[in-house]
Ligand binder design. Sequence first.
Ligand code: CLF
Ligand code: SF4
Length: 297
Amino acid sequence: GSGDLPTEIWEKVKNHPCYSEEAHHHYARMHVAVAPACNIQCNYCNRKYDCANESRPGVVSEKLTPEQAAKKVLAVASTIPQMTVLGIAGPGDPLANPEKTFKTFELIAKTAPDIKLCLSTNGLALPDHVDTIAGFNVDHVTITINMVDPEVGAKIYPWVFWKHKRYTGVEAAKLLTDRQLQGLEMLTERGILCKVNSVMIPGVNDRHLVEVNKAVKSRGAFLHNIMPLISAPEHGTVFGLNGQRGPTAQELKALQDSCEGEMNMMRHCRQCRADAVGLLGEDRSAEFTTEKIMAMD
Ligand code: CLF
Ligand code: SF4
């Protein structure tokens, strides 16, 4: 049911598998990996793999051009009728690759106008692109916000690259948090639904995420998705010199419970790959490789 949501919001979430817990049983999403570059460094990211802010680390997605991506979307949509959402979530940051990301949206808006467009970003470049995002009728944006305190941020982000300059330490984290929160406010002012992803890193930001939850709630975020750090050194988790553990399931649940109030917490995230296809938790990406797509007409 629509619960207590206003009609215009219900219309936006009722068939989005990530924004509605009920929808995820019936509606599918797909990602196209058109965005290879990134403009920040997270300590838990190994660039050989997908952006760990939206995806399970350790997965290598098949990179596509915008034209290949548009062709793939049509092929998937004709095979999986429940496919309602196209997301761009990597393998780097979509807004560090704005030409590729927006070219993909442009092509899909033309060829498959019924498909909802979705975007996931670290937020550094977000304020510069809010108008373009709104112009493509993107109703759903995810921002990964792991801290609102630059002292905490300095432990998570060794550097950010902005306006041709590399920033480090607290200065980098301050720049990042300011841009993330500004971008969030700009989107919610325009009625775009924002989900905030946070990666829970024990001993680094676990206690601090309650404060992050309040900060994003007060700026209009619709949903908060606290995800566990997946600690697997061979898969690129490079946190600390002696390895950084991820939270236990109990620790994650306790934090999600303590944040639950007026704001919805997402608990059904499956940490999808940047080229995921199908219902959440089901991976049909192997059916739609570039080779197979390009062989179709
Ligand atoms: Fe993709 Fe993300 Fe859009 Fe969903 S996934 S860009 S909001 S369409 Fe969903 Fe996957 Fe979790 Fe992301 S289950 S990783 S929350
Ligand atoms: Fe890696 Fe994503 Fe962080 Fe960029 S934003 S460093 S791709 S986890």
